[in-house]
Structures are given as structure tokens and as C-alpha cells.
Write a protein that binds this ligand. Structure first.
Ligand code: FES
Length: 108
């Protein structure tokens, strides 16, 4: 059994050279919203959910991206309602939000 039941990592990488990066899509706001929703719902902590910042996850073309482990499910999201759905459906209930899953062929 792992320490956390689910662990979500948000890429917050910012590039100054004009190349795509998740920070251009307000990834920070998505991360902060997720963290507060997980806390509000009492999901945070051991045997629960952990929300972490990450640097580039190498799938920049699909940004902003986040990945949930141990399920290894990759998401792209647009707004807070997308984050709410990921939290409620996947992080809380273990159901993947298919409409937000990042296609396998999206890379850097
Ligand atoms: S900048 Fe976010 S995955 Fe690369």
C-alpha cells in the first residue's frame, strides 16, 4: 500500500523563450484550486490525496497538464470546473474523467 492513495502532479513550468509551457495556460491557478478542493473535501493526507507542483513533464504541447499516480492517467484541463471534475470523479472516487484525458500522441 502506498503512502498516498493518489498523487497528482501539476506542471507549473514557465519558459521565457516563446516555446509552449504550462504556465502560459494559468497552471498555477489550476494547481491552487485543486489543492484547496482536496483540502475542503477532507481528502488530503496519508491514505488520501496529495497535490504537488512539478516542473516540465515533457508533454508541453497538451498543456496545461497534470498526471495522477499510481494510475498514470494524464489530464489536460481548461478551467476550475475541469479541476473540480478530476477531484470529485478521479481523486475521490477512482473514476477516470475520460473527456479530459491527454491523448497518448501528445508530447513536447
Ligand atoms: S511545460 Fe508543462 S509539460 Fe512541459
Amino acid at each position: 500500500m502506498s503512502y498516498f492513495q493518489r498523487h497528482i502532479f501539476f506542471c507549473l513550468n514557465q519558459r521565457e523563450n516563446g516555446e509552449a509551457s504550462c504556465a502560459q495556460h494559468d497552471a498555477q491557478a489550476g494547481f491552487e484550486h485543486c489543492k484547496s478542493r482536496v483540502k475542503q473535501l477532507g481528502l488530503a493526507g496519508k491514505d488520501g490525496v496529495r497535490v504537488n507542483k512539478a516542473g516540465c513533464l515533457d508533454r508541453c504541447a497538451g498543456g496545461p497538464v497534470a498526471v495522477v499516480y499510481p494510475d498514470a492517467v494524464w489530464y489536460t484541463y481548461v478551467d476550475q470546473s475541469d479541476i473540480d471534475e478530476i477531484v470529485e470523479s478521479h481523486l475521490k472516487n477512482g473514476q477516470v474523467v475520460e473527456r479530459l484525458v491527454l491523448p497518448d500522441n501528445v508530447g513536447r
